[in-house]
Design a protein around this ligand. Structure first.
Ligand SMILES: Cc1cc2nc3c(=O)[nH]c(=O)nc-3n(C[C@H](O)[C@H](O)[C@H](O)COP(=O)(O)OP(=O)(O)OC[C@H]3O[C@@H](n4cnc5c(N)ncnc54)[C@H](O)[C@@H]3O)c2cc1C
Length: 323
């Protein structure tokens, strides 16, 4: 990783910070490993331990400008953290949910919103879930029908979200909803607004989905809103013009999810390499046969190419280009 960072970022003032992230994660993962994950699943340890250790090492502040008490480094630094944790088999959705939700608030929120919602995520005190998907609106977010209507000084939110990760434990939800009905066609992007929702608000009901990602903390939920009150200052950005706000959460999400998948693939490849070097059912390790070597070499090539593309992409994104 160090070589890749030096190659892509040698001309950038981010280089030293990113190399520091590699060192910090190396230090952290001497205390947290796959055995730790197993212990968490057995209920003997808690995933919060790792989360808190990341906060204590400043890692939850990656991507947050220093003026707010963060470490800076843009989306790239948060992506690197996700990739490195994945490589150790430690990445989880909880680590990235707050990272991309708060990015939209950083880009479009008021100073008060940044102080209230973003800053407490740096210490791990508060966390976010994101609420975009609805039963009839997945890939096509513009098809959402949940609705926030203005009633005097507040908004009343009604509708349903689904597949919401950590809707049970998150303190805040970044809700993508409509403040105007869709007019369809070219105007389908109008009328979308984003709000920060206090997940303890009255009128929220949750139902757990019966799916498992292999980590008990990464649960998914149906979430129902029945006249849930959103204060006037919960709106992020301008009313009805939430598309740009939304993509400043969803675009970092794509990088972060890619990093998580890539890091974890690296972990799996390394495990496989260890296995084929020692497993020898007919006397020779299975890894000495080309039929095993070639697909593994192909995997190596694909992962390296994907990683180069990922970090080129985050570099372009962080410098304001079209990634
Ligand atoms: C584990 C997990 C966690 C999740 N967590 C969250 C969360 O925290 N918050 C949240 O809001 N959502 C979450 N989601 C939902 C996720 O964002 C949606 O599943 C995703 O947006 C796809 O929506 P869909 O499942 O409705 O698929 P659909 O939109 O119905 O798409 C089905 C398939 O058709 C393909 N497709 C769609 N349109 C086209 C097209 N025009 N051309 C070609 N192919 C097309 C899609 O790529 C997909 O393969 C989560 C999902 C999962 C599985």
């Amino acid at each position: 990783m160090r070589n890749l960072i030096k190659q892509i970022y040698s001309d950038s003032d981010q280089c030293d910070l990113l190399l520091g992230v590699v060192d910090a994660v190396d230090g952290l993962t001497t205390h947290f490993d796959r055995e730790y994950v197993k212990q968490c699943e057995l209920g003997k340890r808690d995933y919060r331990e790792l989360y808190q250790a990341m906060a204590d090492n400043g890692l939850l502040g990656l991507g947050i400008p220093e003026q707010y008490g963060g470490m800076g480094g843009g989306v790239t630094a948060a992506v690197l953290l996700s990739d490195l944790l994945g490589q150790k088999g430690l990445a989880s959705l909880s680590q990235i949910l707050s990272a991309f939700s708060r990015h939209a608030i950083l880009m479009h929120g008021t100073e008060e919103q940044i102080q209230s919602y973003v800053v407490p995520t740096i210490t791990g005190q508060k966390s976010f879930c994101i609420m975009a998907t609805e039963p009839d609106a997945g890939t096509n977010t513009f098809a959402i029908t949940s609705r926030a209507k203005k009633e005097g000084d507040v908004w009343l939110l009604n509708g349903q979200k689904t597949f919401i990760t950590q809707a049970d434990t998150a303190d805040y939800g970044l809700v993508i909803t409509r403040t105007e009905e869709s007019q369809g066609g070219d105007k389908r992007t109008a009328g979308i607004s984003l709000f920060v929702l206090d997940m303890k608000s009255k009128g929220i009901e949750r139902q757990k989905l019966n799916i498992s990602l292999g980590r008990s903390e990464d649960t998914q939920w149906h979430v129902f809103f029945d006249d849930v009150e959103l204060p006037h200052d919960a709106l992020v950005g301008s009313e009805g013009k939430g598309m740009a706000v939304m993509f400043d959460a969803l675009n970092p999400e794509r990088f972060l999810v890619a990093a998580l998948a890539l890091g974890f693939s690296e972990f799996v490849l390394n495990k496989t390499l260890d296995y084929v070097k020692q497993r020898a059912p007919f006397g020779k390790p299975t890894g000495s046969y080309q039929a095993i070597q070639h697909p593994l070499a192909n995997n190596r090539i694909h992962l390296d190419a994907a990683r180069l593309m990922l970090y080129q992409g985050t570099k372009i994104y962080d410098t304001g280009g079209e990634a």
